[in-house]
Design a protein around this ligand. Structure first.
Ligand code: FE2
Ligand code: FE2
Length: 183
């Protein structure tokens, strides 16, 4: 696990205990997924691409779950309501593609590469909305004085728990939060 974001900024606080605060943890997740999308672009061979795509889906599912269970609820009333609502819908848009990619047809799906590419573009947009300076969700949350160290601990604990579970169960189909459609 990476403890320090590759794009370390003044806003990223790594406490002296070595634990990440909430924003540093979530940003580090974003960088991990960006790296994986780059690896996917460069990869060749069906097996390799499938493996990277699955890793992307795992990372994104866990990340969306810890944000939706812990971080977004903590932002309620502190961050612009529209921004939070849009974030949930953006997660669901990504989950639809994740479910498709996880169906496991891999290169037999003629749209496989396109689905991963569009997922990447959607995530880039979503990450921008979260990380944007001043008006982004993380900035607003920081300005509102959220307990980032406490939240960071909760996020890290839940993330570890989910990864452990998914190791045994496999990556489950994502659950949609804002839409009532079967995927
Ligand atoms: Fe995020
Ligand atoms: Fe998010």
């Amino acid at each position: 696990m990476r403890w320090v974001s590759t794009t370390h900024t003044q806003e990223d606080h790594v406490a002296e205990t070595g634990k990440q605060d909430a924003i540093a943890l979530l940003k580090a997740d974003h960088r991990t997924v960006e790296d994986l999308f780059e690896q996917f672009e460069k990869a060749s061979g069906e097996g390799r691409k499938q493996k990277i795509a699955e890793q992307i889906c795992l990372e994104l599912e866990v990340h969306a779950m810890i944000e939706e269970e812990i971080f977004y609820p903590a932002c309620e009333g502190k961050v612009e309501e529209d921004l939070i609502k849009e974030a949930y819908v953006e997660h669901d848009g990504a989950k639809v593609l994740i479910a498709q990619i996880l169906e496991g047809k891999g290169q037999n799906d003629e749209f496989f590469d396109a689905k991963v590419k569009v997922l990447q573009e959607q995530i880039e947009h979503h990450v921008e909305e979260e990380e944007k300076r001043m008006e982004g969700m993380f900035s607003q949350a920081r300005q509102a004085g959220l307990d980032m160290d406490g939240l960071g601990e909760q996020l890290a604990a839940r993330k570890a728990e989910l990864i452990e579970t998914f190791k045994t169960t496999g990556i489950p189909k994502p659950t949609l939060t804002t839409m009532d459609v079967a995927i």
